[in-house]
Design a protein around this ligand. Sequence first.
Ligand code: AHR
Ligand code: AHR
Length: 481
Amino acid sequence: AGPCDLYSSGGTPCVAAHSTTRALYSAYSGPLYQVQRASDGTTTTIAPLSAGGVANAATQDSFCASTTCLITIIYDQSGRGNHLTQAPPGGFPGPESNGYDNLASATGAPVTLNGQKAYGVFISPGTGYRNNAVRGTATGDAAEGMYAVLDGTHYNGGCCFDYGNAETNSLDTGNGHMEAIYFGDNTGWGSGSGSGPWIMADLENGLFSGASARQNAGNPSIIDRFVTAVVKGGPNQWAIRGANAASGSLSTFYSGVRPSVSGYNPMHKEGAIILGIGGDNSVSAQGTFYEGVMTAGYPSDATEDSVQADIVAAKYAITSLTSGPALTVGSSISLRATTPSFTTRYIAHTGSAVNTQVVSSSSTTALKQQASWIVRTGLANSACFSFESKDTPGSYIRHYNFELLLNANDGTKLFHEDATFCPQAGLNGQGSSIRSWSYPTRYFRHYNNGLYAASNGGVDTFDAAASFNDDVSWVVSTGFA
Ligand code: AHR
Ligand code: AHR
């Protein structure tokens, strides 16, 4: 049985079931998600390998070969048509044209389930999915449950990496108009013990970690790579539960009455579904989603415990984030452009500006050093890499407003994330394409001889689709210096 079969047996059926990694009903063999490729704008659907099984990631890999792909639709497996698509602007606009949010890269969150490759939904700040025209989700004070499987190491303090019930007009319509799982280390409202991240409930105008509207010491910081997050709510009762999604059972972090702050009892749920954003389309948060559901009715702890056992049996595990030519930590490298007429140019820096310059064996020592980079273990993720300047030790290539800069490592989590990149086989068939870990739609790209973290066909001039594959493909060699 899959998670939704278990919820049905418990009398609290799924009314929305989303996953890019697997079927959530044992009999489900329909679409899991849709991807769109940049090369020709066409889409394809990814389905399970077999009924109830893991997503057929090979379909995506062949469809997206030599180009980039975005996740355009996350299908609802419950049969109610509650699919998630690109979120529209609300109280806040997203970064795409017309204020829409970004779509997620189809390759930002690779994992294996029982040894089979699949992809999660890697939400960078600015990315969001939503359905404001739902059927069957809880409204008003009606009871519901939900769970999500997330990456416990991918989070931030922005508002708000959520999955669950929100406003149907994408605006903040007041206390109690949401009931969603939140994951991250935002401390602007509630918090738990330690420094986070925490599983909290976004009930609108507040992230609640338990009985108190502020800190609840019984809500622990999460340390697991894969985490199961549970929130459920009904008339004057709600609960937060959590577990390592790869082993063990759920713990209850809070179970009790509604917050005493005005507006949350009774609730005013509206029933829209959000992923990766706040109810009002706040878009500053990040996180990774693998699977999740919403139910009708308040699931029993026993039902949720059986769902957790099913998640553990799915055996989520990490897999490689890189491909293409190998990099050796500690070595000095230079990176040559492959775009025709630019093939004598290498990634270099002039002060804090990262650019391309013509470099050869007869260049000055200074220029050779400016075009040489020491490969370091990724500052934010040891499965990827960071690039330290040869001539300015302690300074790394990082993106800032999606320009590449050479900046001193200031030790912050944001700097580490901005300076972590995951190379893959070059999109034009040459060398390597160097993808941002934190914004996996974006790659090292030269544009007018400047360097950017560019997305294929995005809103900035340096995102231009023309010449994208060539501009993001670099031949890596031993460093000039
Ligand atoms: O409740 C926290 C956030 O507050 C909600 O997600 C958002 O709608 C509002 O800004
Ligand atoms: O480059 C995008 C973002 O811009 C970085 O993550 C952040 O440091 C800056 O605000």
